[in-house]
Design a protein around this ligand. Sequence first.
Ligand code: CA
Length: 72
Amino acid sequence: MTVTVTAGSPSYPKGDVDRSGQVENSDLIMVARHVVNILTLTGEQFTLGDMNDDKVIDNKDIITLAKKIVGM
Ligand SMILES: [Ca+2]
């Protein structure tokens, strides 16, 4: 028997910027790149990276995301 799970509208955990299903170092790198203007996060990725929902991605979000990754 094969069970196929189809997510109609997938939702990702806060901080999962690359939408891999896990909050990990690669997400932190993307947020850091956004902060230093190497990368521009938009739409859902921006929302996922804006850890404190203040509509700005800055150092505070990097710190919050880093703490989440290391389990603090
Ligand atoms: Ca923020």
